[in-house]
Ligand binder design. Structure first.
Ligand SMILES: *[C@@H]1O[C@H](CO)[C@@H](O)[C@H](O)[C@H]1NC(C)=O
Ligand SMILES: *[C@@H]1O[C@H](CO)[C@@H](O)[C@H](O)[C@H]1NC(C)=O
Ligand SMILES: *[C@@H]1O[C@H](CO)[C@@H](O)[C@H](O)[C@H]1NC(C)=O
Ligand SMILES: *[C@@H]1O[C@H](CO)[C@@H](O)[C@H](O)[C@H]1NC(C)=O
Length: 486
């Protein structure tokens, strides 16, 4: 079965557009493949980005590039599985210094310069834990990377004012009839036949990679090994907050210490949701504290972070997230965030929250995940990285038969060589960390309640599509010019 499906995929692969390949004349071929740009990517930051004091202001969000209007205007938007709507044009004048430069470099969409822009005359306020945006809805065409045609007349928000927002956001949560009253970006990809299945794959890549991939309508078998495990998305009505998010059941959290010893934490059987727009992983206070204690942190700092010894990033340990059928191992080096101050300081990529239990980027970098919205399931495997072979899915049945192209011998990433402490015999793989410092960023997870979170008043037809940014460190980052080199 596996070889057959691989063959099918190889055949299909040719039809998936990729920004890294020669553009094909049409996007109606089944999938769209885009790089996800990590804001600390040195190729994009180049020397100009060097040594800006990041301290509390930094950003390791993940961005995708869209081209809006006619003629096309390029903007970068933060990719967010935790929210539902697309909007652009943060107010950069609200920001200072490097934040303002970062904001400006993300690009601006001028509705008056697009012949196809249509104002819908309606709007709303999107509120985040830190920051918010007043938007007016527009419709316009959105071209996709690597294609000469694109989506027509897509509804999205154009901000009229924002507070503490550094870029627009591409929410890729559920859309029409579930979380929004109109077709969101994901809905339009299907409705306009840009994809054959309403599914997308995210592989953020490890800290050292700094560029991940998203494949709308497809998969990338060069980003995992072994097979994919099917995890049902918990229906909103049965989820902790009754909001239609990418909630799944987690069986436990387990530590695999550098010594190889393991420990499973009490009270770690929980529903969690996957949130690419969140920097941190948020767990209930008791659980977070128990994990932190094993990393030598007995208390949080004033920002709510657990400081840990940076040397831990050089050891072969992992924090393992156990689901029904698959365990995702997050190497210490991926779990621990480093601020490249002098000397560097480090903290755990997990914080306490009794309001939200979510797996943010500190988890997401170690997982390969295909979100199948036709069937309301997420297919997961330990992330690996052995190239790039984006392929369209002709139908979602193929997912159960896919085999990753990467070697199962890939090691658990640490900043050294990996240890391969594979607990379940599965590929304990992940991009090997280079020890590159990563920087905290503001987060942008949704939430309908909670610390400053807010209900997105919107007009969602279903539960309010709350958006809530849990921004700790204050915000996004001090980065600077990362987009200029792109
Ligand atoms: C970071 O934020 C904390 C809490 O707001 C503050 O005490 C600290 O001075 C800040 N650090 C820097 C380097 O700005
Ligand atoms: C949104 O608009 C309202 C009313 O004009 C204003 O009070 C509020 O500050 C605005 N919010 C943002 C985020 O710009
Ligand atoms: C687990 O949860 C129960 C019930 O809330 C609590 O009594 C117990 O102390 C928790 N255990 C740990 C180790 O936190
Ligand atoms: C990590 O594991 C690898 C492979 O087993 C080993 O070569 C390396 O020395 C280990 N590193 C540490 C710090 O233990």
């Amino acid at each position: 079965m596996a070889p057959l499906s691989s063959l099918v995929l190889l055949t299909l692969a040719r039809t998936c557009l990729s920004q890294t390949l020669t553009p094909l004349p049409s996007i109606h071929e089944g999938c769209i493949h885009m790089p996800i740009i990590h804001s600390t990517n040195p190729q994009h930051f180049g020397k100009r980005a060097a040594s800006v004091a990041l301290a509390n202001r930094s950003d390791i969000a993940y961005y995708a590039q869209l081209t809006i209007g006619n003629p096309g205007q390029s903007v970068f938007v933060q990719l967010d599985t935790g929210s539902f709507e697309l909007w652009v044009n943060p107010d950069c004048s609200d920001l200072d210094g490097s934040n303002a430069r970062f904001c400006q470099s993300a690009g601006f969409y001028d509705t008056t310069k697009s012949s196809t822009a249509v104002s819908l005359g309606t709007g709303k306020t999107l509120r985040y834990g830190i920051g918010s945006a007043n938007i007016t809805y527009f419709r316009d065409d959105i071209a996709l990377p690597g294609s000469t045609t694109g989506l027509k007349s897509v509804q999205f928000g154009v901000a009229t004012s924002t507070v503490d927002e550094f870029s627009g956001i591409l929410g890729i949560g559920y859309g029409q009839g579930i979380a929004t009253r109109y077709k969101n970006f994901i809905d339009e990809l299907s409705a306009q036949n840009a994809v054959k299945v309403k599914a997308f794959t995210i592989a953020l890549g490890g800290k050292d990679v700094q560029e991940g991939v998203i494949v709308f309508g497809g998969v990338d078998t060069s980003r995992f090994s072994g097979t994919l495990t099917r995890l049902p998305i918990i229906p909103a009505a049965n989820s902790p907050d009754n909001v239609p998010r990418y909630w799944i059941d987690m069986q436990s959290v387990r530590l695999t210490a550098p010594s190889g010893r393991t420990r499973t934490y009490a009270n770690s059987t929980l529903p969690v949701f996957l949130d690419s727009g969140a920097t941190m992983t948020l767990l209930p206070a008791d659980l977070a504290a128990a994990i932190a204690a094993d990393f030598g942190a007995t208390a949080t700092d004033s920002g709510g972070f657990y400081p840990v010894d940076c040397d831990l990033t050089k050891t072969n340990g992992s924090l393992d997230f156990v689901f029904n059928g698959v365990t995702i191992q997050v190497p210490y080096n991926e779990l621990i965030r480093t601020i490249d101050s002098t000397p560097p300081s480090c903290f755990l990529g997990i914080s306490q929250s009794n309001d939200f239990t979510l797996l943010g980027d500190t988890f997401m970098r170690s997982v390969y995940a295909t979100f199948d919205l036709d069937n309301n399931v997420i297919w997961m495997a330990q992330a690996a990285n052995c190239g790039s072979t984006p392929a369209a899915l002709a139908n979602s049945n193929v997912l159960s038969t896919l085999t990753g192209a990467c070697s199962t011998r890939s090691a658990v990433a640490t900043s050294n060589t990996g240890s391969g402490v594979g607990s379940n015999g599965a590929a304990a793989s992940s991009a090997a960390g280079s020890g590159d410092p990563t920087r905290p960023k503001s987060t942008n997870e949704p939430g309908s309640v909670g610390n400053g979170g807010s209900v997105d008043s919107s007009a969602a037809s279903a539960p309010s599509s709350g958006q809530f940014a849990w921004g700790t460190v204050a915000g996004v980052l001090g980065i600077l010019t990362f987009l200029e080199g792109i």
